[in-house]
Design a protein around this ligand. Structure first.
Ligand SMILES: Nc1nc2c(ncn2[C@@H]2O[C@H](COP(=O)(O)OP(=O)(O)OP(=O)(O)O)[C@@H](O)[C@H]2O)c(=O)[nH]1
Ligand SMILES: [Mg+2]
Length: 641
């Protein structure tokens, strides 16, 4: 069965609720306060079946200016509006405000219903008709049918039903393959069943038993039972008025204005990029950073409005804005919102969400505006590509993309896989379906090569750059996996050489840049010094060369295996070191043990060198220290004793 939802709209007391009752037999004003005061306060819900078999849901809204926030929540899920104007009063302030709200929320179709025609003569009726036509000129209702009805006499009702049927047949059914989203307009407890939430399922579908999450509070639970128009169903579809009985959710944990979603799909946001339409009737220009009421879905919060390309927005103008909301909200691109004054409460404007998870923008940035233009006028697929490109070297994952475009998860997955296949993006993480645009990847590759080159230029005497050090020179949001695979690729292509944990350009060789012949001079100096070598610092002073450079050459020679570096930054020529080691092993083979004094004698060097040396032999496990003596670590120690 096809479902269509109509919302009422119009000034207080113009006969909205009475007309709904005349059509359906149901009085949607249920509250005692509503009955006592004769006005509608909360949204009312009912339905009836049209002659063609379409089930028409009706959301009856309050006309009182104090309850416009409920009206906004009600309009969010409707397919068309019935704008109600009492024939004896004509167009009034909330007639215009409700019309503005419907327009801002992108209601596309509707009917104009002149009520209480039993109270006026034809002359007055014609006058009102003229006034109404004038009011809706240039809006989506410009060519809408205008019907006169009386809820008291029943006059015009058959024609109304026929008009509703015609319009409903023309309304396209919503697709149910998007993410399920149900903005909650009521929360209550049903005795014996627990928490129930209701709302219009604006996209996707919900099934019995499936897990759900309420955002932004984050509470999770399960669907125990589902009702569409008071009838139990196994599955509810987009466009249907739905009541969800929740298992595992306390009523105190959630509230109206939240959104019911599937777990792990949507994330609340406090930053929104949007286009804002500032109403011609707004009393004054809107200044940058003004705080106003922000209505989206059934949610009401406040937002600071950042004007991205100007300092003030004049009535009747449209501009790109960034909204910073006071409380987290759940929203997606294409969602419509309304801005109302925070002190003098009046509808000021509204607009369309372009990006629900943007970065904080710099104002007056040409590239930001360009981006927003693509999001504003491009297709959803173009927006998707834009987000991937904009995510930069950090890449973007599937879950994030699901929150930024209106495409169904399946469609997003399909597009991503196709882009991977075509080489337009690279896969960083298969599990999260995290990708990076190839242009960003290419830039990253260039950055790595440039960093290496710069490093060699700055430290010509260093053999290369450690991986971790290179990583600190790259963007901080770079995925480790991407970094690893990028290096792998560069090494395989021989654009980078990995040698003993250091990365270098293939053409970088210390010897080729060693114009002063320092490598050779250093080697000779250590060869000559035997077991009492100079420190690099002493050499630097002696030769009046930069300390840093000599140090780098010494490190390079260690790297090349010419020098041995021991604790305390002492370097020995490998020849002398190896020969000392042999003598030490021979001595121990003969005498089994050695004291520090005996070792000093073997070396013929001063304590300054011998203590670090013997400790180094302990460290590299040639010797083992037993009290004041050392023995060979490899020799069987118990045999002789
Ligand atoms: N004579 C006459 N009176 C009507 C008609 N429709 C409504 N009324 C009366 O107008 C008054 C207001 O009607 P409601 O239906 O409550 O008006 P409403 O637009 O729902 O008001 P709010 O919800 O508070 O904005 C009631 O006293 C109705 O009986 C009609 O067609 N003819
Ligand atoms: Mg009412």
């Amino acid at each position: 069965m096809k479902h269509v939802v109509m919302g009422t709209a119009g000034h207080i007391d113009h006969g909205k609720t009475a007309l709904v009752k005349a059509l359906t037999g149901i009085d949607t004003d249920r509250l005692k306060e509503e009955k006592d005061r004769g006005i509608t306060i909360e949204l009312g819900f009912t339905y009836f079946d049209l002659p063609s078999g379409i089930r028409l849901g009706i959301i009856d809204v309050p006309g009182h200016e104090r309850f416009v926030k409920h009206m906004v929540a009600g309009v969010w899920g409707i397919d068309f509006v019935g704008l109600i104007i009492a024939a004896d009063e004509g167009v009034m302030p909330q007639t215009r405000e409700h019309l503005d709200i419907c327009r801002l929320l992108n209601v596309k179709r509707g009917l104009i219903l002149l009520t209480k025609i039993d109270l006026v003569d034809t002359e007055l009726l014609e006058l009102v008709q003229e006034e109404v036509k004038e009011t809706v000129r240039g809006t989506f209702l410009e060519h809408a049918p205008i019907l006169g009805v009386s809820s008291v006499t029943g006059q015009g009702l058959p024609q109304l039903i026929e008009a509703l049927d015609t319009l409903s047949r023309e309304i396209e059914e919503r697709s149910s393959d998007g993410l399920p989203r149900l903005p909650i307009d009521r929360v209550f407890v049903m005795k014996g069943f627990g928490t129930v939430v209701t709302g219009t399922l604006i996209s996707g579908s919900l099934s019995l038993g499936e897990p759900i999450q309420i955002l932004p509070s984050g509470v999770e639970g399960k669907i125990r039972s589902l009702q569409v128009y008071n009838q139990p169903v196994e599955k509810a579809f987009a466009g249907q008025r739905t009541a969800v009985n929740l298992q595992g959710v306390e009523i105190s944990a959630i509230e109206r204005g939240e959104v019911l979603v599937r777990p792990q799909t949507l994330t609340p946001t406090r930053l929104i990029d949007a286009s804002l339409d500032y109403l011609p009737g707004a009393p004054r220009p809107l200044k940058h950073r003004t705080i106003q009421r922000f209505h989206v879905g059934t949610t009401l919060t406040t937002a600071s409005i950042f004007l991205l390309d100007r300092d003030e927005l004049l009535p009747g103008e449209e501009a790109f804005v960034q909204l910073r909301t006071d409380a987290p909200v759940v929203t997606l691109p294409e969602d419509r919102f309304v801005i109302r004054g925070s002190s003098a409460i009046q509808t000021l404007g509204g607009g369309r969400v372009l990006d629900s998870h943007p970065l904080k923008h710099k104002r007056y940035s040409a590239s930001v505006i360009l981006d927003l233009k693509v999001l504003q006028s491009g297709t959803a697929e173009q927006a998707l590509r834009q987000h991937i490109l904009r995510s930069g070297t950090g890449g973007v994952e599937f879950l994030d993309l699901m929150n930024r475009v209106t495409l169904s998860p399946k469609t997003i997955e399909g597009i991503l896989k196709n882009m991977i296949k075509k080489g337009e993006v690279r896969l960083i993480d298969p599990e999260k379906l995290k990708v990076i645009d190839v242009r960003q990847y290419g830039q990253l590759r260039e950055t790595v090569l440039r960093q290496l080159k710069e490093f060699h230029q700055r430290y010509p005497m260093k053999s290369g750059l450690a991986k971790e050090e290179l990583r600190t020179k790259l963007p901080p949001d770079l995925d480790v996996r991407l970094f690893q695979s990028l290096l792998q690729e560069l090494i395989q292509a021989n654009d980078v050489v990995l040698e003993r944990d250091k990365l270098r350009s293939p053409d970088h060789r210390i010897s080729t840049v060693d114009e002063k012949g320092l490598v050779k001079r250093l080697e000779e100096a250590f060869q000559k010094a035997g077991l009492q070598p100079p420190s690099p610092k002493e050499l630097a002073e002696q030769w009046t060369e930069p300390d840093e450079e000599i140090q780098a050459v010494a490190e390079h020679l260690v790297h090349e295996g010419v020098l041995v570096k021991i604790r305390g930054g002492m370097y020995f020529h490998r020849d002398h070191f190896e020969s000392l080691k042999r003598r030490l092993v021979d001595y121990l083979g003969l005498h089994k043990e050695i004291t520090a004094a005996q070792f000093k004698e073997i070396t013929g060097a001063s304590r300054k060198y011998t203590i670090p040396l013997i400790e180094y032999f302990d460290q590299i496990k040639v010797t083992l220290r037993l009290g004041e003596k050392r023995v060979l670590r490899t020799a069987p120690q118990s045999s002789g004793k």
